[in-house]
Design a protein around this ligand. Structure first.
Ligand code: SF4
Length: 114
């Protein structure tokens, strides 16, 4: 399984001293020195199983609701959703959307809302 390419945040030069400080210390430093939306994910230290519930009934419904509530307050939600759509993630909650909702978004993106 290949790992999808991570989004890299580019900070451009600015005469603003505060901006220069931000450039010197990236807001979301990655493990490998790069920056990634994953480093600011609200789910970063949560149990991954919560975002990959099994089924859509019973206990899974409560897990889906809880996962989506985490996504609602996640500052990188747009990046997460874009990644999931661009890489066709088939399972789980990404960017606050489950797989069925993402399939609908992809159909809409292709101009086929049905
Ligand atoms: S939007 Fe949800 S799944 Fe995506 S990084 Fe944020 S908390 Fe995690």
């Amino acid at each position: 399984m290949t790992r999808p390419q991570e989004e890299v945040v580019t900070v451009t030069a600015s005469p603003d001293p505060a901006a220069q400080q931000r450039r010197a210390r990236p807001e979301y430093p990655g493990r490998d020195g790069r920056t990634s939306w994953r480093d600011a994910a609200a789910c970063r230290f949560l149990d991954t199983d919560l975002f990959f519930p099994i089924g859509k009934a019973g206990l899974a419904l409560a897990e889906i609701k809880e996962a989506k509530s985490v996504c609602e307050r996640c500052q990188v939600r747009p990046s997460c959703l874009a990644f999931a759509l661009d890489t066709h993630q088939g399972y789980g909650i990404w960017g606050g959307y489950d797989e069925d909702e993402r399939r609908l978004l992809l159909r809409q993106r292709r101009g086929n809302p049905g």
